[in-house]
Design a protein around this ligand. Structure first.
Ligand code: XLS
Ligand code: NI
Ligand code: NI
Length: 441
């Protein structure tokens, strides 16, 4: 049975192709800076947006009726697995990601939910034997069910804390069973609405305890995946505890978890936090904490998590610049935590959207590699900080000064000369690289 019979395997056809179901820029085998695009980009499909999303919004019911929606319950879950592996193969992606409830419906009890998971996990494991597509990460959904109304690991209700822990315990077992390379914690409802009814200190302490117990259990069962925290500043709560990389990093240090986690950085969450995508990637990178990426983009006019497929080449270029500077993503990847727009409701749109995202990151990769090869930005930065290479600047960075010496030096200055930051010149150079990287081929 085929769920996408109108679509054949997506191949690379080059930038002149007019075939909408072909890659124009993503050529998995092409080498960039010594590695293939497939090895560097490590694309993943998000199960929730691609196989369980019906495109409903607060103003209307779903517009996408998928071929597997004629089934119900566990039959639908099984049909989704078949559809998913057909999709992965046709798109030729190396990875996928899921939450527990994306792959198997919750039962009436925790035990029943776990049994449903066991059935589907066994089926997925079977499909993975004949597939090149591996599990980039899994996670559990500890936010949709009404029991998580006050949060999960930060709930005021200890029974909910225990239930959430039991779900993560199972999630870690599932991750181990399927060979997940990472395990993600996105805060869900870990945050609060108002301080008027919230013990923030207890909630954060409990979250710290929760993460320690999760790591202890992963160690106990020999599940070696990289743990990742995915920051988001708001939505669903008005104050999420993992606001951005900086606050998440402080939390991890505070609770002695710095060595346990890295960050999974989502572009739309960065912009919701008032940062650029590259700011979050950079902040994580310079602290050795860049783990993986949820590749999407927000809408510049909307203040919520629109999770659009990434198509902004300027942004993918600057993101790939950070990723290359990081030496790649290690066990992480570029997971399309992105959904097609409500009006793009056909199964083919799922392919068009992923092709657009993959091509956009392939463009970003090639432009970023050229920017690095030609030392375009490094040269600028190095020149801008040259005052710290000798004289008083060198003494400052070597720790050889104090306020007495600095005052003495300042008193002796007759003139302070600053140089231009050359911002427009730099932006024009990036445009030049964006426009010429492909026309010159
Ligand atoms: C929601 C998050 C979520 C995580 C996984 O905004 O992006 O989808 O990636 O729980
Ligand atoms: Ni995400
Ligand atoms: Ni999101």
């Amino acid at each position: 049975m085929s769920y996408f019979s109108n679509v054949n395997k997506i191949n690379y056809e080059g930038s002149k192709s007019s075939n909408p179901l072909a890659f124009k820029f993503y050529n998995p085998e092409e080498k960039v800076g010594g590695k293939t695009m497939e090895e560097i980009l490590r694309f993943g499909v998000a199960y929730w947006h691609t196989f369980t999303e019906d495109l409903s919004d607060p103003f209307g019911t779903g517009t996408a009726i998928r071929p597997w929606d004629k089934y119900h319950g566990m039959d639908r879950a099984k049909a989704r697995v078949e559809a998913a592996f057909e999709f992965f193969e046709k798109l030729n992606v190396p990875y996928f990601c899921f939450h527990d409830v994306d792959i198997a419906p919750e039962g009436d009890t925790l035990k029943e939910s776990n049994e449903n998971l066991d059935t589907i996990v066994a089926m997925i494991k079977d499909y993975m034997k004949d597939s090149k597509t591996k599990l980039l990460w899994n996670t559990v959904n500890n936010f949709s069910h009404p029991r998580f109304v006050h949060g999960a690991g930060s709930s005021n209700n200890a029974d909910v804390f225990a239930y959430a822990a039991a779900k993560v315990k199972k999630g870690l077992e599932v991750g181990k069973e399927l060979g997940a390379e990472n395990y993600v914690f996105w805060g869900g409802r870990e945050g609060y609405e108002t301080l008027l009814n919230t013990d923030m200190k207890l909630e954060m302490d409990n979250l710290g305890r929760f993460f320690h117990m999760a790591k202890d259990y992963a160690n106990e069962i020999g599940f070696n995946a990289q743990f990742l925290i995915e920051p988001k500043p708001k939505e669903p709560t008005s104050h999420q505890y993992d606001f951005d990389v900086a606050s998440g990093f402080a939390f991890l240090q505070n609770y002695d978890l710095q060595g346990v986690f890295k960050f999974n950085i989502e572009a739309n969450h960065a912009t919701l936090a008032g940062h650029t995508f590259e700011h979050e990637l950079h902040y994580a990178r310079i602290n050795g904490m860049l783990g993986s990426v949820d590749a999407n983009q927000g809408h510049p006019l909307l203040g919520w998590d629109t999770d659009e497929f990434p198509t902004d080449l300027y942004s993918t270029t600057l993101a790939m610049y950070e990723i290359l500077k990081n030496g790649g993503l290690g066990s992480g990847g570029l997971n399309f935590d992105a959904k097609v727009r409500r009006e793009s409701f056909t199964p083919e749109d799922l392919f068009h959207a992923h092709i657009a995202g993959m091509d956009s990151f392939a463009v970003g990769l090639k432009v970023a590699q050229r920017l690095i090869d030609d030392n375009v930005l490094d040269g600028v930065v190095e020149d801008r900080y040259k005052s710290f290479k000798n004289g008083i600047g060198l003494e400052i960075v070597q720790g050889n000064t104090d306020f007495h010496k600095l005052e003495e030096y300042a008193l002796g200055l007759t003139e302070i000369k600053n140089e231009s930051g050359k911002l427009e010149r730099i932006k024009a150079a990036i445009n030049q690289y964006l426009l010429t990287t492909f026309t010159e081929e």
